[in-house]
Design a protein. Structure first.
Lengths: 462, 218
């Protein structure tokens, strides 16, 4: 039985909050027995739930109280926190994103009482275009030539190998052909046979980024090499949730198509050889569609699927990826990771404690964490650590390990950021004698251990 | 899709109970009998891990090996849990009391030898019996085969815990899954708990806007 119960009261529980807004409220504590609280922490969180592995993040966090509560007390604490800029609240079939204010009382030697209160967040500002990953919609000419060269090289190698194998044993090329020829057949059917009839097909998006309510524009053009009949040309705007559950050999991808709107660009007809065909595609995006997002194993994707349906012949198809993001009407914003990157850039004399604080506050948000770690990799600091345990096996492939050196698990003193320290052999006595006392050293950040979620630091020999 | 719309209005749920969980949630909601593990791996007072003792969970995918391992890891502060990914280099393995290695059949032979030479108390999740190489290093090994049976009562308890953990209003009731439904699920899916969860996810998701009583089976 918990010694205290927590509850959260929001000042505006029904409000739809925008990114960067302030959310205010009160934490109520009902104390049943005398109890020491090491910290009453309240934070603004988001978290996915559904079929995919859970992703989560924290935007703002404060400690409201630490000290003793006595039985019968019912203290209340006001809070004001910043709402995350991204991702938006979302409830779909396979993916859900909920935002909440979460409070936890850290009680020594007991389960920590917790409470949370959901609220709805919608971005009120557009995304920073610099923060949007470039979307490739087509294979470039250079890459196309490389693919063709590899394909032809493989074909030559395969035919030569088959001839040699046939001379040695006629069974081997038969077995090989059963496996390899269907693969070649598939590649030919998918890429080369449609091109044989239609020639080079140009298909590209003019608007790779649009807002809900906006218009997606694309262009399709080709000049048939040979006269042929077609059943039609269609384009479809498709929205899908793609999430991954499990890891390693248990990793499974789930896809839920929740939006599919088709347009007929050309009805059944006969194409004349050499007669250029051009089509302009326009899709009006409904104003209430969800935004694109990529949250680790939980993605919401939009694409335009274009198809030229050729009877008794493989169809020509192409998927053009696009992003649906908050629009201009709401002002201008930057991603939180970009904010923190700017903070780091601004501070030329940043300490390890400050760096560790940034990473610690982003530890639940993989994307933000990657950006931060990439920014500080290669920087050298003085740091104070508590040694936790030596590694039984550090991995021979680990490039950071000193020859005859040690890999040690440690944590920074404050915040308690988990670390992997790569220690040279001549410092072994020093860290062994440190025991549970803080151990100071100088080291260079070399990366992030994704599996154990630890910052990797290469300790410099003195 | 308006996020402010209340989902499962008649069921008092804040999320689909049969979606993915974090490692910590899985461990908290698991029903695991720790007694056989502790009786083999610890001394009579249960305050010291015995060296050169190993306990291995063997079973097919989706039967609960990882859940058992995570529950043990959460229960013991000094323990270390290591997952060995497929087709990737063997990750770092720290010393732990006990040391839990998931997918231990993927341990390269030289690393397994190094782990065994350390004499650490081991708990392994594996698809392959590793008792022979461990016994060669004087380990006493107990093997627990997981997923051979799953009673409707145990299944109903497991699933009802997941439903309870997805409660929206702490003072209002949530639906519960009866023994009859659990029996039908075991008839359809056998001991494949992951398959049962996946099936129930779709069933619950199809009732996201229903106001009536929740159904768990077609």
């Amino acid at each position: 039985m918990a010694k205290c119960d927590l509850s959260i009261e929001l000042d505006e529980p029904d409000r739809v909050y925008g990114g960067g807004d302030k959310i205010t409220g009160t934490v109520h504590v009902v104390v049943d027995a005398n109890v020491k609280c090491k910290g009453l922490d309240v934070q603004t969180n988001w978290r996915t739930h559904g079929r995919g592995n859970i992703a989560s993040g924290t935007r703002d966090s404060i400690t409201l109280f630490s000290g003793e509560w006595t039985a019968g007390q019912n203290p209340s604490y006001r809070f004001e926190l910043v709402v995350p800029d991204w991702p938006p609240s979302y409830h779909g079939g396979y993916i859900n994103i909920d935002h909440c204010v979460h409070v936890r009382a850290k009680i020594p030697w007991a389960f920590d009482p917790k409470a949370s209160r959901d609220y709805v967040m919608r971005p009120n500002r557009p995304m920073d275009s610099d923060a949007i990953p470039a979307q490739s919609t087509e294979v470039s000419g250079c890459v196309g030539y490389v693919v063709a060269a590899v394909f032809i090289g493989f074909l030559v190698f395969f035919c030569g190998g088959m001839a040699a194998a046939f001379a040695a044993n006629p069974i081997i090329p038969i077995v090989g052909s059963v496996i390899v020829l269907p693969i070649f057949g598939f590649i030919a059917a998918r890429y080369y046979l449609p091109k044989f009839l239609l020639g080079n097909v140009e298909c590209e998006l003019s608007t790779p980024i649009v807002s809900p309510g906006g218009v997606i524009e694309a262009r399709l053009a080709f000049q048939p090499r040979r006269g042929s009949a077609i059943n039609g040309i269609t384009a479809a705007l498709v929205g899908s949730e793609v999430c991954v559950s499990g890891s390693g050999s248990n990793r499974t991808t789930h896809t839920n198509k929740f939006f599919d709107e088709s347009q007929l660009l050309q009805e059944a007809t006969r194409l004349q050889a050499g007669s250029r065909q051009e089509f302009d595609l326009k899709f009006q995006v409904p104003s209430d569609v969800p935004y694109s997002f990529d949250l680790s194993d939980n993605d919401l994707r939009w694409q335009v699927d274009v198809r030229v349906d050729i009877p008794r012949w493989p169809d020509w198809t192409r998927s053009l990826k696009l992003l649906i993001l908050p629009g201009e009407e709401a002002g201008h914003a930057a991603q939180p990771a970009a904010d923190q990157q700017a903070d780091l850039d601004a501070a030329s004399e940043i300490t390890f404690a400050e760096t560790a604080s940034h990473i610690w506050s982003s530890r639940e948000d993989d994307e933000q964490l990657e950006t931060l770690v990439a920014a500080v990799t290669g920087m050298t600091f003085n740091l104070e650590t508590i040694i936790e345990r030596r590694l039984l096996y550090a991995g021979d492939e680990d490039p950071h390990l000193y020859p005859d050196g040690y890999a040690v698990w440690a944590r920074h003193t404050d915040p308690p950021l988990p670390l992997v320290l790569y220690v040279p052999h001549d410092l072994a006595d020093e860290f062994e004698q440190a025991g549970r006392d803080p151990w100071s050293c100088r080291g260079t950040i070399v990366g992030w251990d994704h599996q154990h979620r630890r910052l990797q630091v290469k300790v410099l020999a003195q | 899709m308006d996020p402010s719309i209340l989902r499962w209005p008649g069921a008092n749920l804040c999320r689909n109970p049969f979606g993915e969980l974090t490692r910590q949630e899985r461990a908290e909601l698991a029903i695991v009998d720790l007694e056989p593990v502790l009786s083999h791996l610890t001394d009579a007072n249960r305050d010291r891990w015995l060296p050169r003792r190993a306990y291995q969970f063997i079973g097919e995918c989706g039967r609960g090996k990882t859940t058992h391992m995570l529950t043990l890891h959460q229960r013991f502060e000094d323990s270390v849990y290591v997952y060995l990914p497929e087709d990737e280099p063997c990750p770092a393995i720290p010393l732990g009391s006990p040391l839990l290695i998931d997918e231990a059949q993927r341990l390269p032979r030289r690393v397994l030898r190094r782990v065994a030479e350390s004499g650490s108390t081991l708990i392994l999740g594996t698809h392959r019996d590793l008792s022979r190489p461990l016994r060669r290093h004087d380990y006493e090994v107990v093997t627990h085969r997981i997923g051979l049976t799953l009673s409707p009562a145990k299944l109903a308890t497991m699933l009802n815990r997941r439903i309870a953990a997805s409660r929206r209003d702490p003072d209002a009731p949530v639906p519960s899954l009866s023994l009859e439904v659990a029996g039908e699920l075991t008839r359809r899916f056998g001991t494949d708990i992951r398959g049962i969860e996946s099936y129930l996810y779709d069933i619950v998701q199809s009732q996201v806007e229903h106001h009536g009583e929740m159904r768990f089976i077609d």
